[in-house]
Ligand binder design. Structure first.
Ligand SMILES: [Zn+2]
Length: 238
């Protein structure tokens, strides 16, 4: 708060409290009071929109609330009352603040530290709003969307190439599709009941009737391939 803010605040307090009015009786007295208040309140803002802080409102509240020995009934408002009122607002600002990445060269440790501390200081004193993490509110990046629509996968082509040896089933399926052959996974498997789009599974059952394994098969069951081929021929004939 600068002297103008302090003068406006004292002017308000003087209208409701004759004890403050006496502090401002002569021009010299008023100037001295404003000077000492402005010094004490230099580090708190007159207004901080981010947390809805307004020093003049805090002063009014002092006169509206009976609050123990801090009550207007016992003594006129003092800078300490405004400092105490500001403290929780300041804490709220710092709770909301996340240090943004400084713009300076990260190798310049002094400048980096100075910028971090400077931003925190500015937030704590209401000079700038807290920097909050942005929530994810939009769709994927346009690049990712373009790739998805082009190749139907968000994995870049060269990575898919390198992954090929680890996913032989998928590679075989894609090769078959590219060659115009029927896709066994386009139909449900009657043998292992694998649903459409899911690979066949090998089920091994122990003598006690409990399943020992349920592994994915790289090649679909032959009956499924036959069924898909039959459907493929039917579709081709139509
Ligand atoms: Zn199957």
């Amino acid at each position: 708060m600068d002297r103008q803010h302090v003068a406006a605040l004292l002017n308000y307090a003087a209208t409701v409290d004759s004890r403050v009015r006496r502090l401002m009786a002569t021009q010299e007295q008023a100037a001295a009071t404003i000077r000492s208040w402005a010094e004490a309140l230099a580090h708190i803002p007159a207004v901080a929109e981010a947390v809805d802080w307004d020093a003049s409102r805090a002063a009014r509240r002092y006169y509206e609330q009976a609050n123990g020995d801090r009550s207007a009934q016992f003594r006129p408002i003092e800078p300490a009352d405004l400092l105490a009122a500001w403290a929780p607002f300041r804490a709220e600002l710092m709770n909301r603040h996340t240090d943004p990445l400084p713009a300076v060269d990260p190798d310049d440790v002094t400048a980096w530290r100075a910028e971090l501390l400077g931003t925190r200081y500015a937030v704590a004193h209401g000079q700038q709003p807290p920097s909050e993490h942005k929530a994810l509110t939009s769709d994927p990046h346009p690049d990712v969307e373009a790739r998805l629509s082009e190749i139907g996968s968000c994995i870049p082509p060269h990575v898919r190439g390198e992954l090929a040896s680890y996913r032989p089933g998928r590679v075989a399926r894609e090769a078959a599709l590219a060659a115009g052959q029927p896709d066994p996974l386009s139909v449900r498997c009657d043998w292992c009941q694998a649903p459409k789009g899911q690979p066949c599974r090998s089920r091994r059952t122990g003598p006690d009737g409990v399943a020992r394994s349920n592994a994915r098969r790289i090649t679909p069951h032959p009956s499924r391939a036959d069924l898909a081929a039959a459907q493929h021929r039917q579709e081709a004939a139509v």
